[in-house]
Design a binder for this molecule. Structure first.
Ligand code: SAM
Length: 352
């Protein structure tokens, strides 16, 4: 039988394992999880204390030119009711968020051709002018290097672009042929070189995903050394080609969060909405497994219902920015503290 204590000890100290040890950790029957969570919590407390950073999520458009097989806002889903927020609506969301204590705004949307560099740069500049003490995170998909550079110079601080899977063949099972794994990687490296704090990540339990794919994801993340890693379980959406695929595992998502915290002590690691959607107290359990960020929804309420990436996506209660008090209470009960802070990644020293 594996000696889980030694294995987690090595992972904590060396921030790495060989492939065979990663495989056994990823596929174990749950015996090692308690040990993993304790270690991950020690590491997050050593770097970030008990602070939980909050990000105000503004879902600014659900119009998308892409056709990812898993996603509810994919181009071919004719049942999705489409919307695009106006600049005034977004600025109003930021003002409301600022008053509530948010110091990072995350603008996430489909790849909507309306958002040329001129439009998006103008939005970023206006947000930064009105809230100079806040960070702006963009999550607007694949763009050219020039476009990313323009957005960075307009004032955007961070960019989230999950790599989705680091295995080209698996990427091809999740996306139509016009979408390429290679381009996604190019984008991430461009963003990093330009100076963004960069977030990559993947769904856990996406269709056809194997342990080897997850191992490849960990190795890719080790190469990229991102500042943020977004992971959450895959959740089916009834109007997509993956309508009948099983949802991802909460246990494996929590295990991966802990492994990621041990591999990347300084990373900003959200307890995602998808985790909160699949499991009762999923977000709190994510924090206890090493996550240190939550992203309540600041979008106008009618937009929230239309940004349905997957079935039953949470957007009310502690998931909504207006009910921040409920979130604060839940976070406190879990043993942490929501802070009003821009919440940049802590400086890294070779990630040690
Ligand atoms: N267009 C931007 C992009 O491609 O990064 C941002 C929007 S995209 C909808 C945000 C993320 O939602 C994706 O990176 C994907 O991992 C996640 N997502 C989409 N469909 C999902 C599903 N069915 N279950 C879980 N996560 C999903």
């Amino acid at each position: 039988m594996q000696n889980w204590k030694n294995l987690t000890d090595t992972l904590q100290k060396e921030k790495n394992l060989d492939d065979a040890d990663f495989r056994s950790l990823l596929t174990q029957t749950g015996e090692a999880d308690a040990e993993l969570f304790v270690r991950a919590d020690q590491v997050r407390r050593a770097v970030y204390g008990d602070a939980v950073y909050i990000r105000g999520l503004i879902e600014f458009t659900n119009i998308c030119k892409n056709d990812c097989y898993y996603c509810g806002i994919r181009r071919s889903n004719r049942l999705a009711v489409r919307y695009r927020l106006t600049k005034e609506q977004v600025l109003a969301c930021c003002r409301q968020g600022y008053d509530l204590g948010f110091r990072t705004f995350v603008l996430q949307g489909g790849e909507d051709p309306y958002f040329t560099d001129a439009v998006l740069c103008d939005w970023v500049e206006s947000i930064k002018n009105q809230h100079p003490d806040c960070a702006v995170t963009l999550s607007a998909g694949e763009r050219s290097r020039e476009s990313y550079r323009a957005l960075y110079h307009a004032g955007a601080d961070r960019y989230l672009l999950r790599h989705e899977t680091a295995t080209a063949a698996h990427y091809g099972q999740l996306h139509p042929p016009e979408m390429q794994c290679e381009n996604r990687r190019r984008c991430l490296y461009d963003l990093k070189e330009i100076g963004f704090q960069v977030g990559a990540g993947m769904m856990v339990g996406s269709p056809y995903q194997t342990t080897e794919h997850l191992l490849a994801d960990l190795r890719f993340l080790q190469q990229l050394q991102p500042d943020m890693i977004g992971i959450g379980p895959f959740i089916h959406h009834k109007d997509t080609p993956f309508a009948h695929c099983p949802d991802g595992s909460v246990t494996l998502t929590l295990r991966l969060l802990a492994i990621l915290r041990l591999l990347f002590p300084y990373v900003l690691l959200p307890a995602t909405t998808a985790l909160g959607t699949l499991a009762e107290n999923g977000r709190e359990r994510g924090l206890q497994a090493g996550a240190n960020v939550v992203m309540p929804n600041l979008s106008p309420p009618d937009a929230r219902e239309k940004y349905m990436l997957y079935q039953n996506k949470l957007h009310t209660g502690a998931e909504s920015a207006e009910q921040l008090d409920r979130l604060k209470q839940a976070v406190q009960t879990a043993g942490y503290r929501v802070v009003t802070d821009v919440g940049h990644v802590k400086r890294r020293n070779n990630n040690t």
